[in-house]
Ligand binder design. Structure first.
Ligand code: NAG
Ligand code: NAG
Ligand code: NAG
Ligand code: NAG
Ligand code: NAG
Ligand code: NAG
Ligand code: NAG
Ligand code: NAG
Ligand code: NAG
Ligand code: NAG
Ligand code: NAG
Ligand code: NAG
Length: 277
């Protein structure tokens, strides 16, 4: 329960909590999506780079012009809505082109190589991913989907090994974790695009800054603010994320005197009790 909400219900009990809240008046709800610090709806309510916008008319949350569907505070990822890029002949045999791209440079976000697969569908389709690393080196990887000389009976439902469909890990990928199931209709029609409404969710990891925990810990801007928090180097690129120490629950990015910061659940009691260090 946020202090904001508490204020509404029990104003007389909350003065002390509010007085110590560094971000007292920040809206943390966009159409039911909770926006925990370091994210925020105004630069003053967010850590640098983590400011989002809420379009209350649409009821949608955005980072720049990309819609955000979910925020995971403790695992360090968000899900973004991604348009499916397509390049298809339509009924009048003209190429209908739809390009979508996402530039994550100079943001805290980086494409998750464990949460996504790069999937190409079609009969004469080449698609590729450019990856510009922090050293400025560009690597290009991609895959090709073909059909056997227009013989669509070589397509098999469920097979995504190059005939009508190919898949690969996002560059430097480690794990396959995709529940995509190929249907042969996808190669020869807009069935896939239609089924997903032209969009698919994309998992994107985020991290604080570009330093390791060891280096960041001694800096004034170290972000694991709670006394009862630990720092973890990002598993996907530079930077770190924070978590509450074992036995503590809450938001590790908030100072311990904030009621939403890491705190202990006392056994046998049905309420949260805050420890003073
Ligand atoms: C967040 O806002 C939605 C509607 O926009 C509302 O239904 C929900 O109760 C709010 N949640 C909190 C925790 O305030
Ligand atoms: C919110 O979304 C509506 C509908 O798409 C749009 O007309 C409006 O400009 C958006 N508002 C902002 C502040 O972006
Ligand atoms: C965050 O706020 C800054 C300053 O207002 C702005 O330039 C930037 O575009 C915002 N970022 C996002 C993702 O909204
Ligand atoms: C993520 O967002 C989607 C769509 O808004 C919602 O259906 C789903 O329950 C959310 N998942 C989590 C883990 O919050
Ligand atoms: C942080 O802790 C929560 C539960 O305490 C856990 O679910 C989550 O995976 C942890 N995150 C990391 C990055 O270890
Ligand atoms: C086919 O694509 C062309 C080029 O994008 C477009 O001008 C035309 O309207 C499309 N036709 C149909 C039937 O969608
Ligand atoms: C990046 O490119 C430079 C120059 O070609 C090379 O010396 C360096 O080893 C490359 N770095 C990586 C991480 O591949
Ligand atoms: C089309 O492919 C199927 C299965 O691979 C094969 O049995 C059939 O002979 C092929 N037909 C032609 C016209 O090449
Ligand atoms: C596949 O993933 C989508 C999106 O995360 C989910 O809605 C769907 O239930 C999953 N299907 C299976 C079989 O796991
Ligand atoms: C493929 O498309 C045909 C005709 O549109 C449809 O009858 C069939 O159910 C589709 N098959 C799959 C696996 O989607
Ligand atoms: C913290 O400050 C150092 C300089 O002392 C800077 O290099 C680093 O990028 C900053 N980290 C964040 C997350 O702003
Ligand atoms: C780390 O981040 C700081 C501030 O955002 C930037 O000035 C610096 O160049 C970055 N260092 C590297 C190695 O990317």
């Amino acid at each position: 329960m946020s202090p904001f909400h508490l204020l509404f219900v029990l104003p007389w009990l909350c003065i002390a909590v509010l007085a110590s809240d560094p971000l007292p008046s920040c809206e943390r709800n966009c159409s039911g999506i909770e926006i925990p610090y370091p994210f925020g709806l105004e630069p003053a309510c967010a850590l640098s780079g983590f400011n989002l916008t809420c379009n209350t008319t649409e009821g949608k949350l955005y980072s720049g012009n990309v819609e955000l569907l979910n925020i995971s505070l403790l695992e360090g990822w968000v899900r973004m809505r991604m348009d499916i890029s397509s390049y298809c002949y339509n009924d009048t045999l003209q190429l209908d082109e739809h390009d979508w791209s996402l530039d994550l440079r100079d943001t805290p976000y980086r494409l998750s190589n464990v949460g996504n697969m790069f999937t190409v569908i079609g009969c004469r389709t080449l698609a590729y991913v450019d990856n510009l690393d922090t050293a400025g080196n560009l690597t290009t990887t991609g895959c090709v989907a073909t059909c056997w000389q227009g013989n669509y009976s070589s397509l098999n439902d469920g097979d995504c090994f190059g005939i009508g469909c190919c898949q690969m890990n996002i560059p430097k990928g480690l794990h396959h974790r995709s529940n995509f199931t190929f249907s042969k209709n996808y190669s020869t029609s807009s069935a896939f695009n239609d089924y997903y409404g032209g969009q698919a969710p994309l998992r994107v990891d985020w991290a604080i800054g570009n330093e390791t925990c060891e280096v960041a810990r001694d800096k004034a801007n170290y972000s694991c603010m709670s006394t009862h928090s630990d720092c973890f180097n990002s598993l996907n690129g530079p930077g770190y994320i924070c978590n509450c120490s074992k036995g503590f629950y809450g938001n590790p990015y908030l100072k311990s005197d904030d009621s939403d910061s890491c705190q202990v659940f006392l056994e046998g009691e049905n309420c949260r009790v805050k420890l003073n260090n």
